[in-house]
Ligand binder design. Structure first.
Ligand code: C2E
Ligand code: MG
Ligand code: MG
Length: 714
């Protein structure tokens, strides 16, 4: 028998409905013709903050909030009620409930036999839980659940829409990619939960430093991205990047462990380095890769030459795999000198790569590549063996210091490498010094202490290298058994600048070191004023060009006469505003002519240029460094075909020891000057164009003119 209402008695139907109401799965309501409640199930009335009897007579629409703009469908409840329409599953929010409560209601108008409208009959059920789940899921899709920051998809959308709008308005927007250095080791040594805590702290620090200037997102893993609208000043961006790096490099406290990580940053700016979000992120990524490759803990701006250099590094990595077998690695030795007596007391072994095609390659370039490519263990082992083998043949008893990468130090097998090198060479352990950087403290675990004990147990000496570049905590000096602290050259260089507090800090380090029975070495001393300052501060040893650069093993043996070598410190009186010597062809624009000239040296404030004759002092022109980098300059010295020029605006660091202009000329303006720019949107037509026919005669003769008139065919 089919189930049909006609077969159920009214009393049974009522019982069924009561049962249903009591199960609280749903409820019923009805109104009179004016939309005032005539019935509502008791339990939902309580949720809606009242007794059923108190709610009766109230307009049904008043029980619910007016829908927010985003929620509004085409028809709202009051509209439906006045129009006497049937409706299904309309989601409404209770107006007076104690907790947020969402209901789905349905209703239909009912009439008497003559067709007169009597009101609405309806039902409803609670959908709060479903709604929460949907919201959570959409939040999950847009935000990183660990840090709460916007996620990759969210940021990609924002960046895309910002850049699209900015293209029309010709506005600039910078993107920074931040990648944590050594995060993987923390995760491996302390475990993933600790890694998660660390990432949260990183996110907090990033938000604090970036503040209102931009938006931070987590791309995933240990990668973060920052969007900085209306920011194209590379001076400001460089300062912000440095601030971020220094903030993220302060120690973290994670589940009772102290740990240290670092950060590298790549920066790209639209419209200069790409227009759409894909291109700008690719450019920032390339800059990041370069920053990591150049020793980490740095920032780098994108420039077109990076395309080539990323490829270069990949090739170097391939060659590095065979470098030891091909006999291309060498050690050079730099004297470490007692600053009071000028007597050489030891040498630091510095690795050199004599590449068959490229010549000498600096360890600052290949050591980070080796670390990334897991080749550092093999290279490091070779260096220790070679240094011990060389040192044992030196006359006298001077020491040899070898650099050790954090990943070597973290390897349980490291002490056995030391044993093997000492026993193969026969060198006394006291003559071997290992130089460790603060990187070995990134996670202070029991293993770190065990490794220190294992090394000390073998009687080798330990030096803390590059002090002053990382976090420079004095606290681990108290616990780690160092014999020496090496103060980094940048720290020393800063100390001679007026107003610097580095001098006072060096004095404090020396006092602490003396109290703990450690030696101090100042690295990278080049000038006599640095030397004077450092000796005044009682630093016991000096290593730097003021005494000697690193020399070959043969030169070392020649000079180490009977085991003694005394060197007089010599060098320039002080640092000049650091000039980079170079031979770089650039364009010089004077009035409406462009000349090709050569930059011979460059500092933040000026340059020496070569290529034009008879240029009067006071002449103003523009140097075009390429990629929209124009610098306005004035000639202050002129002789023959060389001029000393002073820039109107100081150049800034590009994060890699080179200089760049703080701002660049927008590619839109370059297009208006009638020049080709690769970066502009397809079909972009400049509004004005320079009339190239109105150019006057050039004011200066060039080297090319000069040679053309002098060199006559015979
Ligand atoms: P480091 O251990 O701090 O070595 C000192 C660096 O400063 C050397 O650079 C040295 O040539 C340079 N230097 C010394 N005096 C002066 C000075 O007066 N002025 C200037 N401007 N520089 C000076 P180098 O040889 O290019 O080595 C760079 C870094 O590469 C080293 O820094 C070290 O961290 C790493 N490295 C070198 N050899 C090895 C190695 O065998 N293993 C490992 N893991 N790292 C190595
Ligand atoms: Mg060193
Ligand atoms: Mg050093």
């Amino acid at each position: 028998m089919p189930i049909g209402s006609s077969n159920i008695k009214p009393s049974e139907a009522l019982l069924l409905l009561q049962n249903y109401e009591e199960s609280r799965q749903g409820w019923f309501w009805s109104t009179d013709p004016s939309g005032n409640l005539t019935y509502i199930s008791e339990f939902i009335a309580e949720v809606l903050s009242g007794k059923a009897t108190q709610l009766l007579g109230k307009p049904v629409g008043s029980l619910f909030l007016k829908p927010a703009e985003s929620e509004a469908g085409s028809r709202t409840l009051p509209f439906i009620l006045t129009k006497k329409l049937q409706f299904n599953s309309l989601e409404v929010q209770a107006a007076d409930s104690a907790e947020e409560c969402w209901l789905s209601i349905s209703g239909r108008p009912y009439h008497d036999k003559s067709g007169n409208f009597l009101g609405f009959l309806g039902s409803g059920h609670d959908v709060t839980a479903q709604r929460r789940t949907t919201l959570d899921t959409s939040r999950l899709a847009m935000f990183d659940s660990l840090t709460g920051l916007p996620n990759r998809a969210n940021m990609a959308k924002k960046l895309e829409s910002t850049l699209a709008a900015y293209q029309l308005q010709k506005r600039a927007c910078a993107v920074m990619l931040v990648d944590l250095d050594r995060f993987k080791q923390i995760n491996d040594t302390l475990g993933h939960p600790a890694g998660d805590i660390l990432l949260k702290q990183v996110a907090e620090r990033l938000l604090k430093v970036v503040d209102q200037s931009g938006e931070v997102c987590r791309l995933g893993g240990d990668e973060f991205q920052i969007m900085l609208p209306d920011c194209d000043d590379r001076g400001t961006l460089g300062d912000l990047a440095s601030k971020i790096i220094s903030s993220l490099s302060q120690p973290y406290s994670v589940a009772g462990n102290r740990c240290i990580i670092g950060a590298s940053i790549g920066v790209a700016i639209s419209p200069f380095d790409g227009l759409c979000s894909d291109d700008i992120v690719k450019s920032a990524d390339l800059a990041l890769y370069e920053a990591k490759g150049n020793g980490r803990g740095r920032f780098r701006f994108y420039s077109q030459e990076l395309q080539q250099s990323a490829e270069d590094r990949r090739l170097l990595e391939e060659d590095l795999r065979d470098a030891i077998a091909n006999g291309e690695m060498e050690l050079a030795y730099q004297p470490v000198v007692n600053a009071k007596t000028n007597i050489v007391e030891g040498f630091e072994a510095l690795m050199r790569w004599n590449h068959s095609e490229r010549g000498m390659i600096s360890p600052a370039l290949f050591i980070p590549i080796a670390e990334d490519a897991n080749l550092i263990w093999e290279l490091g082992e070779w260096a220790i063996h070679q240094a011990c083998a060389d040192a044992v043949k030196w006359p006298g008893k001077v020491r040899v210091a070898v650099n050790v990468s954090p990943s070597q130090f973290a390897n349980d097998l490291f002490p056995t490498v030391i044993d093997a090198a000492l026993s193969a060479s026969g060198l006394a352990a006291e003559r071997l010094e290992l130089e460790l950087t603060e990187g070995v403290f990134m996670a202070e675990t029991n293993e770190t202490n065990a490794m220190f004990n294992a090394l000390k147990g073998r009687k080798v000496r330990l030096a803390l290298d590059d002090f002053g570049t990382g976090y420079s905590s004095l606290s681990y000096l108290k616990t780690a058994p160092f014999d020496k602290i090496k103060i980094d050259q940048n720290f020393v260089r800063g100390a001679t600048e007026p107003g610097s507090r580095n001098g006072a800090i060096i004095a404090a380090i020396v006092a602490l070191a003396e109290a703990l029975g450690m030696e101090t070495t100042a690295e990278g001393i080049e000038t006599l004023d640095e030397f004077e300052l450092i000796t005044k501060l009682n630093v016991s040893h000096v290593q730097g060009f003021v005494y000697s650069k690193a020399v070959s093993n043969e030169t070392l043996v020649e000079n180490l006469d009977g085991g003694h070598w005394t060197i007089e410190p010599t060098g320039p009186a002080h640092h000049r505003n650091e000039r980079l010597s170079m031979y770089r062809k650039v364009r010089l624009i004077h009035e409406n002519h462009a000349y090709s000239i050569v930059i011979r040296n460059l500092s933040v404030t000026g340059a020496l240029v070569e290529g034009l004759f008879n240029v009067p002092i006071g002449t103003k022109f523009v140097i075009d460094f390429g990629e929209g980098q124009l610098a306005l300059a004035t000639v202050y010295r002129s002789s023959g075909n060389q001029q000393g020029i002073k820039f109107e605006t100081r150049l800034v660091s590009d994060g890699n020891g080179a200089l760049c202009t703080s701002r660049r000329v927008s590619p839109y303006l370059i297009a208006e000057a009638g020049l080709e720019v690769p970066n502009l949107p397809a079909g972009y037509v400049p509004t004005t164009k320079i009339d190239r026919d109105s150019l006057s005669l050039p004011a200066f003769s060039t080297v090319a003119d000069w040679t053309a008139t002098r060199v006559k065919p015979k």
